[in-house]
Design a protein around this ligand. Structure first.
Ligand SMILES: [Zn+2]
Length: 507
């Protein structure tokens, strides 16, 4: 793996990086408890797991991804003026509130609190004096270019998923507008702020949590549909017709999360500063993570790829198929141990279902389990905690792959991948960027709001896009676009870029 810090390239091991990310993103509850005991927590999330919109708890995942690791979660039933006094900033999920609860929030703002509310309930809108004029769904938002809080963030309109309430912009400090389509301003505010008494309140006219989840994980209504029709259900199928290819070069979900962080930071600044952890280890601006899928290749292919990678002082994770009962002749176990000692890692790349020659590798779960067991039998531990499924096949359900990976101990899933028709423009050229709207690792969330112990990280640099073949005739053009994407990652779109350079081609 290579870390990027401005013009400096540093090679460190992927596993070390994963562990550091884990430390950054996954601080144990004891940290939060200690912080609370010391009066250190100044950020609270008001959510209700029983609310009709189940994605409220996912706002906590957004906070963690953005480096806000010390926060408290409070429920509507525990709301009181005394409780809220502890928190200069209160983030409110899309939850029902009665008039009494809305009144407590109104008084909180008047007394100096900073409130940010996702898709506020009618009672909260009334308490704040906010007016709406209808709704729109599956449309766009655009940050107000003149607002100081959005400077340095993206200026193009961005997709959001779900329903948005159209806010009347009069007497509101507009931070973002709803757009009916990519180019047409609705004239209504999507995100806006008002000052009330000594505090302020922000309405976020759509639910950021739901929108981020659906941007990252695709349309759940399309699960099981072969929308990119090739006879194989892939993770990409739920994105076909979901991602606007004119916006794919932007990490759309990440930019919207960054705006939330700016609001939180400004709200906290009025009270006292609070640490916000950076996305990546050692303050690097972006990461390049090298992976290599292998499909029963000869030993010389691995050695060829390693020679190339080590010439850049980089490290790689090999993913092996191991689809048959006997251990493969290559790579040799002694070689695998030597690679590990040199800082490389080796994991699995399970075949699932039936291939074009009629080999039946069984269902997703069985195949993943068998491949893992064979790996441990043939090579022994350590097995890479990351995994990529052959042909990026989709298991059962919206988070089916992640459920299996959780069961068998793979906390990082690389099955979301830029390839094929889903990212091809009508003229056949390949669109590069962020299929999932994100360059950041975040845990999967299911439709019931359950957060799974598996991180999703997009693979968006894929060698097949640079090789001379009918679908990618102009490899130089594509290479230039990916280089531009990585440059943008150093300037604003801070990302982990995962590359796949197949072992197969090192012949
Ligand atoms: Zn494969």
């Amino acid at each position: 793996m290579i870390s990027i810090r401005r013009s400096r390239w540093i090679g460190i091991g992927w596993l070390g990086c994963a562990l550091m990310l884990g430390i950054l993103l996954f601080l144990p509850p004891s940290f939060r408890t200690r912080a609370q005991g010391g009066g250190g927590v100044r950020l609270a999330l008001l959510t209700d797991p029983g609310a009709p919109n189940p994605f409220g708890p996912y706002l906590a995942e957004i906070l963690r991804a953005e480096g806000w690791v010390a926060y408290d979660v409070v429920s509507p039933s525990s709301l009181s003026p005394t409780l809220l006094q502890m928190y200069p900033v209160l983030l409110v999920a899309e939850i029902p509130l009665n008039t009494t609860q809305a009144g407590i929030l109104r008084d909180y703002v008047w007394n100096g609190g900073r409130l940010i509310a996702m898709r506020p309930s009618p009672e909260l809108r009334a308490a704040m004096g906010w007016n709406t004029g209808g709704t729109l769904s599956e449309a766009y938002v655009r940050f107000e270019p003149g607002h100081p809080l959005v400077q340095g963030l993206v200026t193009e309109s961005l997709q959001f998923h779900g329903v948005g309430d159209l806010y009347v912009a009069d007497e509101v400090e507009v931070i973002a507008w709803f757009y009916q389509d990519r180019d047409t301003n609705s004239g209504f505010a999507a995100i806006g702020r008002v000052t009330r008494g000594n505090g302020w309140a922000v309405f976020w006219g759509y639910d950021l949590a739901r929108s981020v989840a659906l941007t990252r994980q695709g349309n759940p209504d399309w699960v099981g549909q072969d929308r990119e029709p090739d006879g194989i259900l892939r993770t990409t199928d739920v994105f076909s017709g979901w991602i606007d290819l004119e916006r794919i070069a932007i990490p759309q979900a990440d930019e919207q999360m960054r705006l939330l962080s700016r609001l939180i930071r400004e709200g906290l600044a009025a009270a006292a500063p609070m640490p916000q952890l950076w996305y990546f280890p050692n303050g690097v601006l972006s990461l390049l993570i090298l992976t290599a899928d292998a499909h029963g290749n000869p030993q010389s292919y691995y050695e060829g790829e390693l020679a190339s990678i080590e010439s850049f002082n980089a490290r790689v994770t090999f993913f092996l198929t191991l689809n048959f009962d006997s251990c493969p002749s290559a790579p040799a176990p002694d070689s695998v141990n030597a690679w590990r000692a040199a800082g490389h890692t080796v994991g699995i790349h399970p075949y699932v279902g039936t291939d074009e020659w009629g080999n039946d590798f069984r269902d997703f779960r069985t195949s993943t389990m068998r491949t893992r067991d064979r790996f441990l039998r043939c090579y022994g531990p350590p097995l890479s905690p990351t995994i990529r499924t052959h042909q990026i096949r989709m298991g059962t359900g919206w988070v089916g792959n992640a459920r299996v990976h959780a069961e068998f101990g793979f906390p990082l899933n690389l099955d979301y991948y830029m390839r094929g028709d889903v990212t091809a423009r009508p003229d056949g050229t390949q669109a590069h960027g962020y299929l999932t709207g994100s360059g950041l690792p975040m845990r999967f969330v299911d439709l019931n709001g359950e957060i799974l112990p598996v991180y999703q990280q997009l693979t968006n640099i894929v060698d097949e896009q640079y090789m001379a073949q009918p679908f990618y005739p102009d490899w130089r053009r594509d290479a230039d676009q990916v280089i531009a994407m990585m440059d943008a990652g150093l300037n604003a779109y801070y990302s982990a870029f995962v590359a796949n350079f197949h072992v197969d081609y090192y012949n």
